[in-house]
Ligand binder design. Structure first.
Ligand code: CA
Length: 234
């Protein structure tokens, strides 16, 4: 079970994050100051650190530098200011990702999962779904490819991310907002229509690959989109 060090001085924010991370089966150790974090990290190994940039005793950036003198680990910053300076500073000192407050705890959990996966600590490598026809649909998360009938679909990065979240949860309805959070690094910069456009092109590619069968991705009016195993007759 990956161990996450959360350094956040606002209890309400920390609580929602702890809840979201624990429900994804991460072990979370929470402290409120940089000094406590440094003391803990010198005693225990953590797989990833989530650092608030505005801590009472130092900045999250300073803390990141000092933590990395102890041990190299992936870092996700939580920042209250969306100015470019924070982003640049945070990434220049080697942060792996950042989110701007207010954020959705689920989004943070998704980012954590992605970082751990990239750094080799995640446990999702490839998922396969067997279709009713007996043929296979495979999500190869390392190669970032979707394989249908043993050939890889030619998808863009966003199409791949949309497809992998839908296909790995058959029948579950995702709102456009949820799909934005999952598939875009900067969800605030795009609109619902962007999701619709990418779903449309993804559908066309899925359809072409299985020679004109029904929609594998269903529109649920007023709700969003879901992936239907029943319509997948490749
Ligand atoms: Ca703070």
């Amino acid at each position: 079970m990956p161990r996450i060090l959360l350094v956040e001085d606002e209890p309400a924010i920390a609580d929602t994050l702890i809840y979201a991370l624990k429900s994804e089966c991460y072990e979370v150790v929470h402290v409120m100051t940089g000094a406590e974090a440094l003391k803990l990290e010198s005693q225990f190994k953590h797989d990833l650190a989530i650092l608030d940039v505005g801590l009472p005793d130092m900045t999250g950036f300073d803390l990141c530098r000092q933590l990395r003198e102890i041990r190299r680990m992936p870092v996700l910053f939580l920042t209250a200011r969306s100015e470019e300076i924070d982003r640049v500073l945070g990434l220049e000192i080697g942060g792996d990702d950042y989110v701007t407050k207010p954020f959705s705890p689920r989004e943070v959990a998704a980012r954590v999962k992605a970082i751990l996966r990239r750094s080799g600590n995640g446990n999702v490598v490839a998922q396969s779904v067997t279709l009713p026809s007996g043929k296979g649909l495979k999500i190869d998360d390392l190669a970032k490819r979707i394989i249908l009938n043993e050939s890889a679909l030619d998808l863009t990065a966003h199409e791949f991310r949309l497809a992998s979240v839908l296909i790995s949860h058959p029948g579950q309805v995702f709102s456009r907002e949820q799909l934005l959070q999952h598939a875009w690094d900067d969800p605030g910069a795009v609109t619902d229509r962007t999701v619709d456009a990418h779903v449309k092109s993804l559908r066309a590619k899925l359809k072409a690959a299985q020679l004109g069968a029904e929609e594998m991705i269903e529109t649920r009016r007023g709700l969003g989109y879901s992936y239907s195993l029943l319509n997948s007759c490749a």
